[in-house]
Design a protein around this ligand. Structure first.
Ligand code: FAD
Length: 625
């Protein structure tokens, strides 16, 4: 056995998931297109509904004009947007005031904040821009028309120093955080869920915090989930079934400090009983659980945990343990097929939350850094949309076995789901707290589309908030994102609601031309170093076989002089990971070999020195390659 633990044996459905990990993007999308395509008349109805939704949402937004207008004005294609993102990311994390002040000085001096003043009708944008111009200390007094305020602000700026700005900015970040977080404690969040604006909604509470680094962290997160389930038990009291009850969303990385493929044996032994215990507790409380989807290299392990928990859960009749599928992954459609089979095998109905995926930027960077053979996610937004529609169809077709939960803020995606469902209900939409209010305001309620919608409600204090907040800022700030385009009054509605299948068919090449494969990252300059995908069972099996084969061979090393292997004093070569294992023999260079090598080198020195530089450089480069 090459590895410390035996590699798992995979059935055909799991093998299909693994085979799609880094698969060719064009081939994946080609296979998905027929599953996402709709007939012309249905396409027309979807477009009509999506258009109505966009217009209605824009109308509502005008009345409010809030954070989304701000996020659009400072989107991530502007330098100021990136500066704000860095600040948001860093400020909540910097423990000492000095460093925070230096960061502020460094970052704020860079932006041209005055460009944004008056660009939006939103009070929020203009107020923020005022603030940033102030703190960036680049107020050009003569260009401002509101004289009194200007003079006042001018005087104020002169008196302010970085510490004041730090407090103001940290406060601004907290306001932003408040937009996305439902409460600091589960009790506070439950109370807020009773507010009138939440009346028509269900809730899934997420105890903020992820990727526990120590066992203590994991223990603390576990306790917070237990506490949340207990607190929700009273809420679940009147629910007819688990689908109309509140639920909690759980991140497996929060429940184990080493939730990674290389620790598979340990994770299965330690984490599965924890998830099982939480499931039992949730069943008794009448509360559902959904396992959030995280980074792509945790997916295979997550499926192992899901499979083991489904096997273990004693409650044969409980249908409340749900899973998230990320449509931006090439494996998504295969994962749905596997979930259907799992549900059949265990005679359960599995809640499946379909999302597009929140870690796109990180996945792309990670694959490039690792030098993987491809990307686990699609590189065009529209391909992710196609995948979402295809997965939605497959989930809907298996609704006797899967309970469909469609999480999106995109009007076209929602219109597609409504067209697919027709008059039938028995599924739910989901949105994030602080996002999609206007969209679902048009759909939820008996007098509207009478659909159920659940709000994903993060709970926690600002210390635990950071990764979640950054994902939301990325989502809102990306100019490919639906919510961002919706805020752009200049963006034509027809473009925003275009059918992704038609767009994809008209787009070549399918992979994004500005996102080269990881190996081609450096273009013609050089090839990227190739890495191994150590989170893929099939790649590990191939690696183990290659290592096995290598171990079977007799290896000999010897000094090479002028291309000739010389023999000298001989010793056994042992495996550095297990010194008892002899893998070959080595001939060490003796004095005679060294003399011969030096003589040969000095004989060649004149020729080498006279060779033109370019040719020498090419030789060296070839040798390095
Ligand atoms: P759209 O604007 O239509 O889609 C945006 C998405 O497209 C991006 O988020 C990304 O996934 C994708 N995308 C953007 N650019 C590209 C590109 N160049 N190539 C390919 N794809 C691209 N996310 C998780 O990862 N795990 C979870 O467990 C999870 N739980 C959630 C629960 C709920 C209730 C909700 C509403 C969301 C959850 N999310 C989760 C976040 C979710 O992934 C994002 O909110 C979602 O992707 C936004 O999709 P949309 O349809 O609203 O917007």
């Amino acid at each position: 056995m090459i590895f410390a633990t035996e590699l798992p044996k995979r059935g055909p459905l799991r093998a299909a998931i693994d085979a799609a990990f880094l698969a060719d993007e064009a081939a994946c999308v080609e296979a998905l297109l027929p599953q996402a395509a709709v007939a012309e008349d249905a396409g027309g109805r979807i477009a009509d509904r999506a258009r109505q939704l966009v217009l209605a949402v824009r109308e509502r937004r005008k009345a409010h004009g809030g954070l989304d207008a701000f996020m659009h004005e400072y989107d991530l294609s502007s330098e100021e947007g990136v500066v704000l993102m860095c600040l948001a990311e860093a400020l909540l994390r910097i423990p000492d005031a000095d460093t925070a002040d230096r960061l502020i000085r460094d970052k704020l001096a860079r932006g041209q904040w005055d460009r944004h003043l008056g660009q939006s009708h939103s009070l929020f944008v203009n107020a923020s821009t005022w603030g940033l111009m102030l703190t960036g200390r680049i107020v050009r007094l003569e260009t401002l028309t509101v004289d009194d305020i200007t003079a006042f602000l001018g005087r104020l700026t002169a008196r302010m120093g970085e510490p004041v700005i730090r407090v103001a900015l940290t406060q601004a970040m907290r306001i932003m955080a408040h937009q996305f977080v439902m409460g600091r404690t589960i009790e506070e969040a439950i109370k807020r869920s009773h507010a009138p604006e939440h009346r028509d909604y269900l809730h899934s509470f997420d105890m903020l915090g992820e990727a526990a680094l120590t066992s203590d962290d994991a223990e603390r997160y576990y306790e917070s989930y237990v506490h949340a389930i207990n607190a929700l038990a009273a809420e679940a009291g009147d629910s007819a079934d688990v689908y109309s009850a509140p639920s909690i969303s759980v991140k497996l990385s929060a429940l184990h400090p080493r939730f990674e493929y290389a620790q598979r044996g340990r994770v299965l032994a330690e984490l599965v009983p924890r998830v099982e215990a939480l499931s039992m507790l949730a069943r008794d409380a009448g509360v559902g659980i959904t396992l959030d989807a995280e980074e792509a290299d945790r997916l295979d392990l997550m499926l192992d945990v899901v499979e083991a928990v489904y096997k273990a859960v004693r409650a044969r009749e409980w249908h409340g343990l749900g899973v998230v599928v990320q449509a931006y992954q090439k494996r998504a459609i295969h994962m749905v097929a596997w979930l259907i089979e799992l549900a059949r095998r265990h005679r359960r109905r599995i809640p499946v939350r379909l999302v597009k995926g929140a870690y796109w930027d990180a996945e792309i960077k990670h694959a490039q850094q690792q030098g993987l053979d491809g990307y686990p996610v699609f590189t065009r937004k529209v391909s992710t949309d196609v995948s979402y529609l295809a997965c939605a169809r497959q989930i809907w077709a298996a609704r006797d076995r899967l309970y469909p939960e469609f999480a999106t803020h995109n009007a076209h995606t929602a219109a597609f789901v409504l067209e697919m469902a027709g008059k039938e209900r028995g599924f739910e939409f989901q949105r994030l707290h602080g996002m999609g209010q206007a969209l679902y305001g048009e759909l939820v309620g008996a007098e509207k589309q009478n659909v159920a919608c659940r709000i994903y409600a993060p709970v926690g204090s600002h210390e635990d908030l950071l990764p979640y907040l950054v994902r939301r800022l990325l989502e809102n700030g990306a100019n490919t994102s639906f919510v961002n385009r919706l805020s752009d009054e200049q963006a034509p509605v027809d473009e925003i609601i275009a059918d992704p299948v038609l767009v994809t068919r008209a787009t070549q090449p399918v992979p994004h031309p500005r996102i080269p494969l990881p190996i081609d990252l450096y273009g013609s300059e050089r090839r990227n170093a190739r890495g191994l995908n150590l989170a893929s069972t099939s790649e590990l099996v191939a690696l183990a076989q290659a290592m096995d084969k290598a171990l079977g061979e007799a290896w000999t090393t010897a000094p090479l002089v002028d291309g000739e292997a010389l023999e000298g004093s001989e010793r056994a070569l042992t495996d550095p990971s297990d010194r008892r294992r002899v893998i070959g023999r080595a001939f060490d260079a003796d004095d005679a070999a060294v003399e011969r090598a030096l003589a040969s080198a000095s004989a060649a020195a004149t020729f080498w020195a006279q060779t033109e530089v370019d040719r020498r450089a090419r030789c060296l480069e070839r040798a390095a390659e």
